[in-house]
Design a protein around this ligand. Structure first.
Ligand SMILES: C[S@@+](CC[C@H](N)C(=O)[O-])C[C@H]1O[C@@H](n2cnc3c(N)ncnc32)[C@H](O)[C@@H]1O
Length: 343
């Protein structure tokens, strides 16, 4: 007997499913009638998409998850010490696997017991909440199914808050969107709160491209899942097997860009939108970017959103960083610390 009561996790939707469906329809219409054609990567994550992403995190080429986990293993206690959070709110939490390193540090710090996973994928949140509540009977879990940034203001604030945004998901936004995202998160932070962001750093292009083009083809399958989502949710008839996955490095923006290329000319109907689009042979649908980061860019973008960088931790090979962003004014900040891994 531990003497602790296990509380069943609660899971709540922040927006009704009809709003979510309407947004998918509007985004898809706009993305497919424009040039170049584009779709949003947030629609990758139905139950199958979330599972495929989890498979990606275990691929030998996908160093990101291992590098970020190493940072959390080494420094999660320092991160907790910097904020002393009452609640841990995780944006884009997925299956909350690396989160365990933070939750265990939260337990050691003894400052709070509330974990709020927030994700667009209800399947992932349910799975994570069930697994974590079995492992951590002391933890209260209040899962939220929502879309960032629009649903962020609906997250209840119960005390000093550490928001986390791991997995370099921030890289799925381009520069201006990142600033807007930081601003939206900043709006739900009190002065003593913080935002921990996982950031994949700029490195050699070969390593970067391999991480998004694994030899087992899992990333390609993950990417193509968006067409399965449109076929199912909007009555589209994309011939999924007649698209090939494409991945490129865009040096100007320091982003990996991904998409799907039609291997033949085709007309695709999206029944629920009463829409037929033509794709020429070789035409691409852009569906994801994964931008890479440098310290100076992170400081500048955070600053443009009214946040300052109060901590910076990297893995032993300097492949990945976790930054702590905090509301300004800087005068009340702890001095800037550049953490190097302990040898
Ligand atoms: C790259 S994965 C990272 C998952 C996990 N945090 C990790 O580090 O392994 C991105 C996560 O963000 C979620 N996500 C993507 N777009 C979202 C949105 N607009 N609103 C809420 N969650 C979103 C996905 O469902 C997915 O779980």
């Amino acid at each position: 007997m531990t003497g602790q009561l296990e509380t069943a996790p609660s899971i709540r939707r922040l927006s009704p499913p009809s709003n979510v469906g309407a947004e998918l329809a509007a985004d898809t219409r706009q993305g497919l009638i424009g040039t170049p054609k584009q779709l949003s990567s947030k629609y990758f994550y139905d139950a199958r998409g979330s599972e495929l992403f989890e498979d990606i995190t275990r691929l030998p080429e996908y160093y990101l998850t291992r590098a970020e986990a190493e940072i959390l293993t080494l420094y999660a206690d320092e991160m907790m010490d910097a904020i002393k959070p009452v609640e841990l709110v995780e944006l884009g939490s997925g299956y909350s696997v690396k989160t365990r390193l933070l939750l265990e540090a939260l337990r050691r710090a003894g400052t709070g017991t509330l974990y709020v996973p927030f994700d667009i994928s209800e399947a992932a949140i349910r799975d994570a909440a069930e697994t974590l509540s079995g492992h951590y009977p002391w933890l209260t879990i209040e899962g939220l199914v929502g879309d960032f940034p629009s649903d962020l203001p609906k997250i209840p604030h119960s005390g000093r808050r550490l928001v986390t945004f791991l997995g370099s998901t921030i890289g799925n936004f381009r520069s201006q969107e990142r600033v807007e995202f930081y601003r939206s998160v900043g709006a739900v932070l009190e002065p003593a709160d913080g935002l921990l962001v996982g950031l994949d750093l700029v490195k050699d292009v070969e390593t970067l491209l391999a991480a998004y083009n694994d030899s087992a083809g899992v990333t390609a399958e993950f990417n193509k899942n968006i067409l399965h989502v449109l076929n199912r949710e909007l009555g589209a008839n994309f011939p999924v097997d007649e698209f090939e996955y494409v991945v490129k490095w865009v040096a100007a923006s320091e982003c990996v860009a991904m998409g799907l290329r039609a291997t033949r000319a085709m007309d695709v109907t999206v029944a629920d939108l009463d829409l037929t689009i033509h794709l020429a042979k070789g035409e691409e649908i852009h569906d994801e970017v994964s931008c890479k980061f440098r310290y100076d860019v992170v400081v500048a973008e955070a600053s443009a959103a009214g946040l300052s960088v109060g901590g910076w931790w990297t893995d032993t090979e300097d492949r990945f960083a976790v930054a702590l962003l905090q509301p300004k004014p800087v005068s009340r900040q702890r001095p800037w610390k550049l953490h190097r891994p302990r040898q």
